[in-house]
Design a binder for this molecule. Structure first.
Ligand code: FAD
Ligand code: NAP
Length: 501
């Protein structure tokens, strides 16, 4: 009886679409979409949000909340933390008097780490769903396609349900997915960041293709866990970041960890005797247990009817072209987050774009997104935080004669007792000359917990930080951040000095 009812319900649900009418339809339940949906509902709008995650080529699936929560910032930072805790145990604890077992007997239990990280992520999926309910946002676990600029078809492959949503405004927030190389064996044997955090088996020796944020962060925690890693570099690691800072990040990874940087390109990937072999254009055959592709991300903008309704995409990146109000070429359709052409692929950016957009749509506000002082941190084993311009970009933008660069090496007090290197941590501040206003236009720091320091500096830069403000600041001793008060002009001290503590 119950079974026949379920079959009948399935047939009815899958054939008869449910109709919804709303003020705002949000497509994508990631950082940007969730933030926009909750805020719009708070302003009184009737909101429907659709989110659907298709499995990766090797079958990894996850829940509501998008990339950051499930396969991005959150599991990444937790695994970074796990690796740093291993470093403390292996490298410093005994110097501070702790009686430790020999390093050979220390080992990471991947299954425990994976389970605990996954459980935390699931708790976030659950609380995100609860938050949508609390805000009276109608959530559809369904894949959305646009039929017209006001009509969206949502289909749930899991339940067979269909929904038709009629909306006054639409926010596109579909995010992206990792790009695979077009080489034999890539999808069959390779994985991406969408899979790494949930692998059943420990990843083991790993080759990572790409040398951006994701490649270096994953290599960092994997090496920290004791798995040797090789990074296949196309041009330079962390291209676009400050070269002095990147040199230190890379030197730390290669000198203190089992990470190797190899300049080469992938050609084919095969399985051989239980191992993977990545053959390269340069003729190498790299044998390993896991190959992870971290070659950038592609926006999920194709095949969902954007072309049918006339939303203009960049012909090269396929990202959505928007104006300063995040409006697309269709007047009631907006885009936020990773799919925005010329934006920044960062969670706080997606959230802020979404919140400001719905404030403009439903709360008569006019503030627009300002990208100038967006800070970021690369969570490599030695973190690199920055905000504003690199030294090269500042010289190019303002002219070399108008820019001054101050820097210093830092030897954190905590690193002295265990004899950790004294030539890695570093701070650089790029300013305009005093006669040009002296404004700080770039800040870069390589040190433990760099993200925590960088966030404070970003706030000061938003408030108009100048070199004179830094000079007036009294340090907090003994901290890493007090290096602000001990900077050298690069033209007087070309190699950043190490003051010691
Ligand atoms: P997403 O969070 O990707 O959400 C989009 C959602 O829409 C997804 O659930 C997707 O499945 C769904 N969707 C797509 N198409 C449809 C459709 N047609 N119908 C229904 N649903 C659909 N940023 C940071 O700021 N700090 C970090 O430390 C950081 N670390 C990262 C580490 C990794 C490994 C990765 C991959 C990213 C990291 N990022 C980090 C970037 C950050 O995760 C993204 O910038 C952010 O998640 C973008 O949010 P979004 O809302 O644009 O899209
Ligand atoms: P990314 O930072 O853009 O780096 C992509 C890397 O792949 C680059 O090294 C690039 O080399 C290389 N590459 C691209 N195409 C290639 C090809 N065909 N063959 C070989 N190498 C190739 O991208 P990502 O690391 O995938 O990260 C995506 C985005 O997520 C980032 O831009 C960032 O905004 C966000 N993210 C943020 C954080 C954080 O905030 N901590 C962490 C992770 C991710 P070239 O330099 O030569 O182009």
């Amino acid at each position: 009886m119950f079974r026949s009812y379920r079959i009948l319900r399935y047939c009815v649900l899958s054939t008869v679409p449910r109709e919804h009418t709303c003020d705002l339809m949000v497509i994508g339940g990631g950082s940007g979409g969730i933030a926009a949906a909750k805020r719009a509902a708070k302003h009184g709008a009737k909101v429907v949000l659709a989110d659907y995650v298709p499995p990766t080529p090797i079958g990894t699936k996850w829940g509501l909340g998008g990339t950051c929560v499930n396969v991005g910032c959150i599991p990444k930072k937790l695994m970074h933390t796990a690796a740093l805790q291993g470093d403390v145990v292996r490298e410093t604890a005994s110097y501070y008097g702790w009686k430790m077992p020999p390093n050979e007997s220390l080992a990471l239990d991947w299954a425990t780490l994976r389970k605990n990280v996954t459980n935390h992520v699931r708790s976030l999926n659950f609380s995100t769903r609860g938050a949508l309910m609390d805000h009276s946002v109608k959530y559809l676990n369904a894949y959305a396609t646009l039929q017209t600029a006001n009509r969206i078809l949502c289909h749930s492959p899991d339940t067979g349900e269909h929904h038709v949503v009629t909306a006054t405004n639409i926010i596109l927030a579909m995010g992206g997915h990792p790009t695979y190389p077009n080489i034999p064996g890539a999808k069959e044997f390779g994985i991406t960041s969408d899979d790494i955090f949930r692998l059943e088996k420990p990843p083991g020796e790993t080759v990572i293709v790409g040398a951006g944020y994701i490649a270096l962060e994953c290599a960092g925690f994997l090496a920290g866990f004791g798995y040797p890693t090789k990074i296949l570099v196309r041009s330079v690691p962390l291209r676009g970041f400050d070269s002095d800072a990147v040199e230190r990040v890379v030197r730390h990874m290669t000198s203190t960890k089992t990470t190797e940087f190899v300049t080469d390109l992938p050609k084919s990937l095969v399985r051989d005797n239980g191992k993977l072999v990545l053959n390269t254009e340069g003729g190498k055959n790299l044998v390993c247990d896991t190959v992870l592709f971290a070659m950038g991300r592609s926006p999920k903008t194709l095949g969902i009817g954007l072309d049918t309704i006339g939303v203009t995409l960049s012909p090269t990146s396929h990202k959505v072209i928007v104006d300063a109000d995040n409006r697309t070429s269709v007047s009631n359709v907006y885009a936020i987050g990773d799919i925005v052409e010329g934006g920044l692929e960062l969670t706080p950016v997606a959230i802020r774009q979404g919140e400001l957009l719905v404030d403009r749509l439903y709360a008569s506000q006019s503030q627009r997104m300002n990208y100038e002082h967006v800070a970021t941190t690369v969570f490599t084993p030695l973190e690199y935080g920055c905000v504003g311009l690199t030294e090269a970009a500042a010289r190019a933008k303002y002219g070399p004669e108008k820019v001054e660069v101050f820097h210093t090496g830092i030897w954190p007090l905590e690193w002295t007792v265990p004899h950790l290197p004294n030539d890695l941590c570093f701070m650089k501040v790029i300013t305009l000359l005093p006669q040009e206003g002296g404004r700080v236009v770039g800040f870069h720091i390589v040190c433990p917990n760099a993200g925590e320091i960088t966030q404070g500096v970003a706030m000061a830069m938003v408030a108009g930080l100048t070199k004179s403000h830094l000079d007036q600041t009294v340090g907090i001793h003994p901290t890493i951040a007090e290096a602000f008060t001990k900077l050298f002009n690069k033209k007087d001290v070309p190699q950043a000095a190490v003051p010691g503590c």
